[in-house]
Design a protein around this ligand. Sequence first.
Ligand code: SF4
Length: 602
Amino acid sequence: MGKFGDILRINLTEGTVKREELPDEKIRKYLGGRGLGTRIMYDETKAGIDPLGPDNKLIFSIGPMTGRGTPAGNRYMVVTKSPLTGFIASSNSGGFWGTELARAGHAVIILEGKAAKPTYIWIKDDVVELRDASPLWGKNSHETTEELLKMVGDPSARVSCISQSGEGLSKLAAVMNEKDRAAGRGGVGAVMGSKNLKAVVVRGTGKVEPTNPDFMKDVNKRALEKIKANGVSGQGLPAHGTALLVNIINATGSYPYKNFLEAYMEPEEADKQSGETLSRDFLVRKAACFGCPIACARITKMKSKPLAGEGPEYETVWAFGAACGLSDIEPGIEANYICNELGIDTIGAGVTIAAAMELYEKGYLPKADLEGGPELKFGSGEAMVYWTREMGLSRGKLGKLLAEGSYRLCEHYGHPELSMSVKKQELPAYDPRGVQGIGLNYATSNRGGCHVRGYTIASEVAGVPVKTDPHATEGKPELTKIFQDLTGMIDSSGMCLFTSFALGAEDYADALKGGTGWDVTASEVMQIGERVWNLEKLYNIREGWTPKADELPKRMTGDAIPKGPSKGLVSQVPAMLPVYYEKRGWDAKGHPTKEKLEQLGL
Ligand code: SF4
């Protein structure tokens, strides 16, 4: 009861596969996905290991709600020590791969050691084989997926793989599934590459049933009604995808422009890259992950070139648009396709190119280092597309430097302050000077600069569940903590975070009750999320976290936004941080107290 598969422990050095039971106590305390993966990393790896060495582990874990038919219950999480940040990485993806793993009867795959040669894993229900992937090395996510489906002889199998970026150990490398879905952040694809692991291919023919089907039917019906009735999940996302946010965020004056030098575009310029424009001029069709009524994904095609593919999402439109000083969306669409094929995190890639453009324009990055490539000037779509490809292939002097991410790139040229990152991970598409709560979330995010660890934008901009003033700081530490804790639980449950526009802690508790048969309450759900957050923090402290790691780039606290609706604002994170630590029950230096850890059973 309540089990959602077993653990496959695969040692790539020895070529062995062992099956283990999911530990009852741990799944009740951490569920699966991000929580259980982090627990395993904490328990089974030593402090100070090289993220790209054989002692690091790579964990694929689904949650108890993955594949059980609850709306948008389809996620799998990739958990490891990040080569980008040096801290915990957990990066999730939707699509169908997670559900396939659930159907095969497995909840967690723990990958250890390093294979002697390129390898892929073929899982057909109970049968697990390690196979030679040498012919696939050097192939991109599309080619790899197509060839693997032929090699295993089953077109219904699902492929999660790395591309050239992961093979080249780029710190921006993603793990890709179904060609274009990405577990994008933290360099998880580089860890897979360091293990000589090209892909995990899964085919599951079992059924994943809720433990309490009648109750679950009721829960799903209510959840579906709420999702449909909500303005964001029921109307905005289905109509225009996540890029719907472009005009909305720009109107708040918090749409970072030219590597965060500014935060506002003229409305007609921003609209050229909006979700509405994407729908009108580039959309082929909408798409959805397994069991998702929201269907925020987009299949698009370019007008100027015969290229088509999935995306871009809001963050990608921005990273390859405004962040690089572009209005025209087409170069960003092309850069997005390149990232999907080469397996690169689009936020990390776009923000790193933006940093390179600022370095170049300020004369810190010499022309000689371009080795004949196009000049890295803000607004140059040609340069952006060209250097994205070089980055993904880790090709040439500058391509290799770009593949290290913006922090190491800027440090190399003597100006780390031009990297718009936290914990060396690039910031997403909301300027923390104009939306104060999201800045606090960026600063405190255990996996580095990230919006989806505590998406306070829901409240500060969209008014969900209540509207708060984006410029105000009062109440933001509490708001940030609530969003972070709820997200910690959702990321461990197997459900998509976008359901949280419409669902609350009670709905998730009901889903877990129906799915697993556990008697879970709303407050227990929040406590699970808080436990996951604190465990991640303990992991990071073990890896050398200090309060300095919770700082935003100096530009965010020192340089006011120069124009637009948020003109004159800087981030107030330094003032909010002590309050946040206190609300978390941590000491003044940001360490969880003994009492807090006891309360959480840690
Ligand atoms: S909301 Fe979007 S990302 Fe989430 S499960 Fe649905 S289609 Fe996938």
